[in-house]
Design a protein around this ligand. Sequence first.
Ligand SMILES: Nc1ncnc2c1ncn2[C@@H]1O[C@H](COP(=O)(O)OP(=O)(O)OP(=O)(O)O)[C@@H](O)[C@H]1O
Ligand SMILES: [Mg+2]
Length: 256
Amino acid sequence: MSQPVLEARNLARVFGEFKAVDDVGFTLNPGEIVGFLGPNGAGKTTTIKMLTGLLGPSSGSASIAGYDIATSPIEAKSRIGYVPDTPNLYGKLKAQEYLRFVGQLYKVPAADVEERMRPLLDLFELTDVAGNYLDTFSHGMQQKVAIIGAFLHDPLLVFMDEPTVGLDPRSARLIKDLMIGYRDRGKTIFFSTHILEIAQTMCDRVIIINKGRIVADARVNELRRMRGDQSLEDIFLELTGGQDVDEMVKELADGG
Ligand SMILES: Nc1ncnc2c1ncn2[C@@H]1O[C@H](COP(=O)(O)OP(=O)(O)OP(=O)(O)O)[C@@H](O)[C@H]1O
Ligand SMILES: [Mg+2]
């Protein structure tokens, strides 16, 4: 098997007394889409921030293509793209200025930046507004610019934190197609989502986190087979829920 794109080992993060991420470890390989699932507050964003070098772990380590994110940050970070859960772009830059700036950061030749951003701006119907300031863009438009920026340097691995939130159905479909096309070129996508239907149809593998700990890491079809062919939704609720959701709703309806 080829070298893993990412290795996370015993990652943990505490905030004060609270352990947000606890002993998380997994490997990502070339050519796979891996969904990162878990309830609100489970530790997805915290984990992604540690894997992208934005947040130091309390313990444990992670490496990208063999480069430790803490000790070789430039080598590691140059190989990844990252779409945060909320786009926070520089509002005083025009969209095309922002993308050229990102290209420079990653040392992409200027001609390549133009060549790569043009079809992506076209795809997301942003060509006409590419010369406008980002602070005039809607949330979804900014999200799309952030996504284009994450792919511009053709990284080995793209992290996306809830990439389809706030996107219209057509844009969400475009992004899903972009992710699949990228995977088919041997690249890796790691993304968090609450939309289990997207996870079930798109992911080669899912990792489920609950209260900071990984509770499942398996190929979707294997996970379903192991659990009596239940839907991913039912499996998710079982692995992450206390009381059965349907029972709780029934109790509420019955007046507690
Ligand atoms: N900077 C911080 N200071 C204190 N607590 C934090 C901080 N960042 C995250 N946490 C806590 O860590 C836990 C995990 O948060 P995280 O944002 O990783 O969850 P998540 O799985 O991404 O949730 P969501 O699905 O709602 O995005 C939460 O309990 C959160 O309150
Ligand atoms: Mg989050």
